[in-house]
Design a protein around this ligand. Structure first.
Ligand code: 5AD
Ligand code: SF4
Length: 466
């Protein structure tokens, strides 16, 4: 704590450090936890050693998640000791999906932990912290009946502005799909959708603070169905149309979608809304019907390909992204070849791929026909080589084209800014930091390994916001 901070009158300058693992929903949750704690005088810090409260926001989706948390807690114990030697206390909290899954066990195995809190109960965080400060070991993992979003405050404008010109907004949580490999239905609970007016108000607040692009989040975002102001139930396509009416909000995205919930209204929104970016993360996981069935995805490879065709005819420039799992129990060589074939047919702009990892408590983990680790590794290597090639081909196809670029933050070198293309690729361009938040017209000049390079067009106009 600096002297000036200590001297600021009437303020309680406790500091919180939040470390976030996993998906974008956790990134959003971490900010909202920080916002809730700000009301109790907690300031965020990016230095763990300065923290009066250290929170780990954990992820349980893949391999050894809990073990990683326990080893991180081992390191934190030393930090806590070092602070104690200086006569300063440090409270330690574990949040997120590992907290939900492990509960009390965390405090048993890691007694330095003061507080365990699951994702559905973040609105109870300030009280939980107060109780822990009183010396109690707190475990809050019950699914709360009340909607946490009714109780989580939005940050002050200057805090929102400090987080940048793009923002996440969770509209839906949980999942009722029960894919047989996935822990989400168990850690995040069943599907809950926020009502339209709550979402619009939050979006409006973000835009007033300078946000230009909002990504709607949900484990199953396109299953969102919320109550509208007209007391009717709206779908995601309708919600996007409503959000596109907000002046100053220039770009909309959403993630993650399930193929079964891509309805006509949502595809229509891609056709009609210029603000809805032509990028869609639409995981298929596998290309073999037998594996899709075993995964309980409840669609075939052909259903997926026909859906992709419909989406592409509505929005021809849409870029597709996907998630893939190799080595699900029972996956044969022929099944795996089907996945490669599906990828060849779709041509992905971006993708994430994983070796199957048996998650305790899920049906996939119980199966006896688990695939050998070396087979999974070989398959993953082949799959990733193909996906990398498609990603490079897509980036190369952008070279020479003109695009709108939302300038987000300073680049590595002075005089450079980084923005995002409509297809979510990072783009590096020479521009002035006062232009952050503007959308400028650029020509892509070069494709690098993970980003594109561009030159500004119409520099005399400076900003194009339509
Ligand atoms: N093993 C491997 N990958 C998994 N995913 C989810 N659960 C598992 C698992 N048990 C992947 C899926 C999902 C992404 C978020 O993580 O591809 O879409
Ligand atoms: Fe997990 Fe399937 Fe639900 Fe996605 S749709 S969160 S993969 S259970």
């Amino acid at each position: 704590m600096s002297e000036t901070e200590q001297q600021s009158p009437g303020e309680n300058m406790r500091k919180v450090f939040v470390k976030t693992y996993g998906c974008q929903m956790n990134v959003y949750d971490s900010d909202r936890m920080a916002d809730a704690l700000a009301r109790d005088g907690y300031q965020t810090t990016d230095k763990p050693e300065d923290a009066d409260l250290l929170l780990l926001n954990t992820c349980h989706i893949r391999e050894k998640a809990a073990e990683k948390v326990y080893s991180e807690l081992g390191r934190i114990r030393q930090l806590k000791q070092a602070r104690a030697e200086q006569g300063r206390d440090m409270m330690v909290g574990v949040a997120g999906c590992v907290a939900q899954a492990e509960g009390q066990e965390i405090i048993r195995r890691a007694p330095i932990v003061d507080l365990v809190i699951g994702p559905q109960t973040y609105h109870l965080l300030p009280q939980a912290v107060a109780r822990a400060r009183g010396g109690e070991k707190v475990v809050e993992t019950e699914y709360a009946i009340e909607d946490k979003f009714d109780h989580l405050p939005q940050a002050e404008k200057k805090v929102i502005a400090s987080r940048g010109v793009t923002a996440f907004l969770t509209v839906q949580e949980g999942c009722d799909k029960f894919c047989t490999f996935c822990v989400v239905p168990y850690t995040r609970g069943s599907e809950v959708s926020r009502p339209v007016e709550q979402i619009v108000a939050e979006a409006q607040g973000l835009v007033e603070a300078g946000v230009r692009e909002i990504t709607l989040l949900g484990q199953n975002v396109n299953a969102w169905h919320g109550e509208g102001p007209d007391n009717r139930e709206w779908g995601l396509g309708e919600l996007l149309r409503r959000l596109a009416e907000i002046d100053g909000l220039e770009r909309l995205r959403y993630t993650t979608s399930h193929p079964r919930d891509m309805d006509d209204a949502l595809i229509g929104a891609h056709r009609d809304l210029g603000k809805l970016m032509p990028y869609l993360h639409l995981p298929v996981q596998a290309g073999s019907d037998a594996v899709l069935k075993a995964m309980n995805r409840r669609h075939t490879a052909d259903d997926y390909l026909r859906l992709v065709e419909r989406i592409r005819s509505a929005r021809p420039d849409i870029a597709l992204s996907g998630d893939f799992i190799v080595g699900f129990p029972g996956e044969s060589d022929a099944d795996f070849e089907d996945t490669l074939r599906l990828i060849e047919t779709v041509r992905y702009a971006q993708a994430f791929s994983f070796k199957y990892s048996p998650r305790p408590g899920t049906p996939g983990a119980e199966r006896e026909d688990q695939v050998a680790e070396d087979v999974k590794s070989q398959r993953l290597e082949r799959l990733q080589a193909l996906l990398r090639k498609q990603q490079t081909d897509f980036a190369q196809s952008c070279v020479g084209t003109e695009i709108d670029l939302l300038l987000e933050k300073p680049g590595k070198l002075p005089g450079q800014l980084i923005g995002r293309s409509p297809w979510l690729q990072p783009v590096i361009v020479d521009a002035n930091s006062s232009q952050i938040g503007e959308i400028i017209r650029v020509r892509i000049t070069q494709a690098g390994a993970n980003s594109l390079f561009a030159e500004p067009l119409r520099a005399d106009i400076g900003s194009v916001t339509v």
